[in-house]
Design a protein around this ligand. Sequence first.
Ligand code: PRP
Ligand code: URA
Length: 226
Amino acid sequence: MGKILDTLNNTLLPVVASGKLLVFDHPMIQHKLTLMRDKNTGSKDFRTLLTEISLLMGYEVTRDFPLHDVNIETPICPMVGKQIDGKKVAIVPILRAGLGMVEGLLSLIPVAKIGHIGLYRNEETHEPVVYYCKLPADIQERKVVVTDPMLATGGSAVDAITMLKERGCKHIRMMCLVAAPEGIIRVHKAHPDVKIYVAAVDEKLNSDAYIVPGLGDAGDRIFGTK
Ligand code: PRP
Ligand code: URA
């Protein structure tokens, strides 16, 4: 954590000090993220890399998931093992780009349920507009991992988390790939209980509210729509 404090923008120190921001400095993640940022990386590789990074991040995002005892038999003898109750987890991607992080998490928690929240940014105001929401019926009983590769102004993440809380969710964490300091601060102010996991904190937003240096439009790069 000391290393993170040294390298992050000063404005983020209160968020870091609260323990609600985790930045992944693992070499494997940084290497793969650099490949994703490269404008010459095509959709197929972009999707594969996003899945791989999501799996690696998922290892830490699930660190505090509770375990319960299970009785099993090894080839040698009976024993009491430990298991995560994956049935108590929901993954909620923010459409569209958040979908690209689901497969990696599902390979860790195959029985997790999946909800979808559809939001797009108004091109002029940059504020999010809701167009879809379908969640597991028992979402309020589950630990929720919200996924979206890009945390820019933070508007989409704040609204998605608000929608989940309005439906009774209490244990929410936010998993992103690249974040702008503005987005992290906005989410933390609106939802100080939510832990934010990111692979990189970039410098700033540009006048179109794109992350600089960022990786461009994540949805377009995943789905090849530009
Ligand atoms: C992108 C991204 C986030 C949002 C981040 O989605 O995937 O959801 O922008 O921006 P914010 O932090 O300023 O709200 P976009 O609206 O481009 O929709 P898409 O994923 O369907 O392309
Ligand atoms: N959405 C993206 O896909 N990229 C950004 O840089 C900002 C918002």
